[in-house]
Design a protein around this ligand. Structure first.
Ligand code: FEO
Length: 398
């Protein structure tokens, strides 16, 4: 049974959600599922915007056939070839063999490599497709987050088809519209996690495309994942602007610790308590061996300050902290203040090594000179953690 939603004049949502998926891209837990959005324009010509993941291809095809109402499919616009959107590509081609596939030059190469398909009609920035009442303009969006990505803008209705941009983890429920769900409560954390883990490395490219979007009279934004935006898009756009500039979303401290037997955890708790005593009200504490790494990454980007506390292990940084720091580096972590605490029972090395890792990042400022614990926290260590918290608090006020 089909499940389509009218989005705007002549435009239908024909995607579907997957709540059985455990790991998106085989890497990121999605306990609230994920939606694969696809859209159909039913003008004098019919236009399909993207397919879906294999997991929901049957539902998508049923929706497509229903929304077409017996008409043929004239155009198939492929904004992004990653298989969570293109896995259904050949099934669309089999069902509608005469459909014209429109995509960027790089997408044409990828469609050949993924599916052996060579019939793409290549479009580029500024090209226009007239479908009757609607006029679609193509907008290049390279590296948001793959090189072939493009957006389409329906000049007639002000609808932007934004590929992965403005998408989020989280399946769609009764409504597909952001103004009919509690986005901030139910989707924003997943949106942030999606952005920083999937798209976040390419902040410069996101900024470039945001500048292009600023010149468009956008009324509706149709991403490939998550709710469709018809109202109050400025607030979400503002988040994207902050995120893609690598600026902190909140003034506060994220305390990240690794602990083998609980002594470094004790130091983290003492530091957090000292921050509270120093008047810092926005403190979050994470055990990097417990909290899932995509959450850690998003939380690190969320806050203005971070503290990293790690035991020395195999003469290096404890493995889970080392993994986390490597992930931060891979995603271009920058523009933050940080403090370091190390533990070591015979030869503490973790602070020096964490400092070396973080010093390769842009515009990072260490507060204090690090605190060294030898096995368990002493009174002197507690005093040093207190002094470190006060130094962090002073920079937060500043
Ligand atoms: Fe949703 Fe980059 O694929």
């Amino acid at each position: 049974m089909e499940n389509t939603v009218r989005v705007a004049e002549d435009l239908f949502y024909i995607g579907a959600s997957d709540r059985r998926i455990a790991l998106f891209e085989s890497a990121f837990p999605v306990p609230r599922g994920v939606s694969y959005n696809s859209y159909l324009l039913t003008d004098e010509k019919t236009v399909l915007f993207d397919a879906v993941d294999a997991a929901v291809a049957d539902e998508f095809l049923e929706n497509l056939v229903h929304a077409l109402g017996g008409r043929s499919l004239d155009y198939f616009v492929v904004h992004h070839v990653e298989p969570d959107h293109s896995a259904g590509f050949l099934r669309v081609k089999e069902k509608y063999p005469s459909v014209k596939v429109l995509a960027s030059a790089k997408a044409a190469v990828m469609l050949k490599n993924f599916f052996g398909y060579e019939g793409v009609q290549v479009v580029k920035e500024g090209d226009v497709l007239e479908t009757g009442k609607h006029r679609l303009r193509f907008v290049a969006a390279p590296m948001v987050h793959w090189p072939e990505v493009m957006f389409s803008f329906d000049e007639t209705t002000g609808t932007l088809f934004s590929a992965d941009a403005f998408g989020t983890f989280g399946a769609l429920g009764g409504s597909v519209f952001a103004d009919e769900v509690h986005f901030e409560r139910d989707y924003l954390d997943d949106a942030r996690r999606y952005y920083f883990n999937i798209v976040g490395k390419y902040g410069v490219q996101v900024q470039n495309v945001l500048k292009k979007a600023a010149s468009l009279p956008i009324k509706t934004v149709c991403p490939l994942h998550g709710p469709i935006w018809r109202k109050d898009f400025a607030s979400y756009l503002g988040k994207y602007d902050i995120w893609s500039k690598y600026l902190p979303e909140e003034r506060g401290v994220a305390v990240f610790y690794a602990s083998v037997y609980g002594h470094t955890k004790h130091a983290a708790q003492l530091l957090a308590a000292a921050l509270a005593r120093a008047g810092v009200t926005n403190v979050a504490v994470y055990d990097v061996s417990v909290t899932e790494k995509s959450v850690l990454l998003a939380e690190a980007f969320r806050y203005s300050h971070a503290a990293f506390l790690s035991p020395t292990y195999n003469n290096g940084i404890f493995v889970n902290m080392e993994d986390f720091l490597r992930d931060l580096c891979a995603h271009g972590f920058c523009n933050r203040s940080y403090a370091l605490v190390e533990n070591g029972s015979w030869s503490p090395q973790a602070a020096r090594l964490m400092r070396e890792t973080l010093s390769s990042l842009k515009n990072m400022c260490e507060i204090g000179e690090g605190v060294t614990i030898l096995s368990s926290v002493t009174q002197e260590n507690a005093a040093a953690l207190d002094a470190l918290a006060q130094a962090i608090a002073r920079t937060l006020v500043a």
